[in-house]
Design a protein around this ligand. Structure first.
Ligand code: PAF
Length: 274
């Protein structure tokens, strides 16, 4: 397995199947890598904790960094190369560009994480420019990120096939996330109620208005001891808002998404409806 650190070294990765990550690899990332390995292209993983996607009060310096175990996982899985640039390579002093998709970024997680999705789109655009993959893999757990990246790739005609891979969950439903490491034992027991609430909302969707779907999820999540940042229902196609008074249209696909604080740990999750 090659370890690539400079932009020029990545020329051999062109046309690969690519999995961008911030490291601290867990079963969720492994599922993305396994999906990339199933293509007949070499699989390249990037590991870069992107400062541009962390807000001033967020956990950039505390974000888990474990390069040795990440590299061991990639090697064992059969990854061809890992791109591990440092910050000067990703953002040289003259770097000026910001990639922004405002209508998709200014809702859901974008409301409380200002600038986060500009940071994500900017780093992914630069990674795509350096690695020049043919295909790239992202998880549905970060649904808004996935939808934004798909739009960016289409709008900029980047010609990269974007795959959305289903969320990997613990047996009790908790979506895998690097942030789960921060949960205390008691918080870990409360955390699965986020997914349970979303599933209750989904179950209500057949016969109810959008407002009832949201309220069903919200009430369960709130009463379970989680602190809600948002619970919202959006069209998957363009993240546009729905009319709370109207029943959902079974011909459309929707995203019921939520972010909560479990103690001080921010967790996100979502379910697709129809
Ligand atoms: O999902 C992540 O880990 C990050 O947001 C990504 C896509 C690697 C960009 O830094």
């Amino acid at each position: 397995m090659k370890i690539l650190q400079k932009v020029e070294e990545c020329s051999e990765s062109y046309g690969c199947s690519f999995v961008p990550t911030m490291g601290a690899l867990h079963k969720g990332h492994i599922t993305l890598i396994e999906a990339a390995l199933k293509t007949d292209r070499p699989c390249v993983v990037s590991i870069f904790v992107n400062p541009k996607q962390f807000g001033p009060k967020e956990d950039y310096s505390k974000y888990p960094r474990m390069p040795d175990s990440d590299l061991a996982i990639c090697r064992q899985l059969g990854v061809s190369a890992v791109f591990m640039p440092d910050e000067k390579i990703m953002y040289p002093p003259e770097f000026k560009t910001v990639v922004s998709i405002p209508t998709l970024s200014n809702c859901l997680c974008g409301l409380s994480r200002k600038g986060h999705f500009d940071g994500v789109a900017t780093v992914v655009a630069r990674l795509f420019g350096i690695v020049k993959p043919a295909e790239a893999f992202f998880g549905w757990k970060d649904a808004q990120q996935l939808i934004i990246i798909k739009r960016m790739v289409d709008d900029l005609a980047l010609g990269i096939k974007i795959h959305g891979i289903e969320t990997v969950r613990e047996a009790d439903g908790l979506a895998l996330s690097s942030r789960n490491l921060y949960l205390s034992d008691a918080e870990r027991k409360t955390a699965p109620n986020l997914y349970k609430g979303l599933k209750l909302g989904e179950a209500a969707a057949q016969n109810s208005t959008a407002g009832v779907v949201i309220e069903t999820a919200r009430q369960y999540i709130e009463s379970s001891g989680l602190m809600i940042d948002y619970v919202d229902l959006r069209r998957i196609s363009d993240l546009s808002a729905v009319d709370y008074q109207k029943k959902l249209d079974a011909k459309e696909q929707y995203l019921l998404a939520s972010a909560v604080f479990c103690g001080s740990v921010r967790l996100i999750d979502n379910v697709k409806i129809f």
